[in-house]
Design a binder for this molecule. Structure first.
Ligand code: ADP
Ligand code: MG
Length: 243
């Protein structure tokens, strides 16, 4: 096993709000970790600290041997290696599908236009949207936009992908296509940390499920342990509400 991510005693405060409380987590290469938990428990903040969209208050976050929590680490390099997919896609709406995907590789990886274009074609095929290459982003459905967002993240060849409720903003009939793309990525060996309420996905794809509550990991285990044999009363209560 290869350790990909090692989070040690991570704390995050927003003013007096202590949002992450001594979080510890190891993620192995090729592992798929799903995070569940109530709204406001710190799930998004945790993901955002993993690619330094938020600065940790204390603790260490080591990704591929580099401590990204220290201020002198190269944040841009961290973000190139860690892809993130958000609930609300965050695409550039004034650009085409292809332009969204080609932008970062040209700017940061110095690909020329043809290389970036070939890569965009390949990635769009992977997410089932090859025919949308030249389409304006705004002409796409939510589910299609989210698949473009995944392709855009993959264009940087990340070795860790973070997903923050990627299907929560989608109409129900769009959810399956996005989950299918994520499942394929997992099968190809991508290391993934996924915040989701899609319990079917968690059961099928997750190696490990974490239950976040009040800024802490209250319980973790295999999907079977978490969903069929929850121990902590707070987890039992949470599952009763959502299942
Ligand atoms: P979750 O994703 O589990 O719903 P969040 O990580 O979004 O939880 O939020 C956890 C807590 O942190 C909430 O109390 C929220 O108000 C607070 N919070 C999140 N982001 C910020 C921010 N940028 N500034 C101040 N408080 C924040
Ligand atoms: Mg959130």
């Amino acid at each position: 096993m290869t350790l990909k991510v090692q989070v040690t005693n991570l704390n995050k405060n927003f003013g007096t709000n202590h949002v992450l409380k001594n979080v510890n987590l190891d993620v192995q290469a090729n592992e798929v970790v799903v995070i569940i938990g109530p709204s406001g428990s710190g799930k998004s903040t945790f993901l955002r600290t993993l690619n330094r969209l938020e600065e940790p208050t204390s603790g260490s976050i080591i990704i591929d041997g580099v401590d990204i929590a220290t201020s002198n680490s190269n944040i841009n390099q961290v973000r190139e290696n860690v892809g993130m997919v958000f609930q609300h896609f965050n695409l550039f709406n004034n650009l085409s599908v292809a332009q969204n995907i080609m932008l970062a590789p040209q700017e940061l990886k110095k690909l020329n236009a043809q290389e970036a274009s070939e890569e965009a074609h390949r990635l769009l095929k992977t997410v089932g949207l090859e025919e949308k290459f030249d389409a304006p982003v705004q002409s796409l459905s939510g589910g299609q936009q989210q698949r473009v967002a995944i392709a855009r993240a993959l264009a940087m060849h990340p070795d860790l992908m973070l997903f923050d409720e990627p299907t929560s903003a989608l109409d129900p009939e769009m959810v399956g296509d996005v989950l299918q793309v994520m499942k394929k990525l997992a099968q190809q060996g991508m290391t993934m940390v996924v915040v989701t309420h899609e319990m079917g996905f968690a059961k099928e794809v997750a190696d490990r499920v974490l239950f976040f509550d009040d800024g802490q990991i209250l319980e973790e285990g295999t999907p079977t342990q978490i969903f069929n044999h929850p121990q902590n009363p707070r987890l039992q209560e949470f599952l009763n509400k959502i299942l």
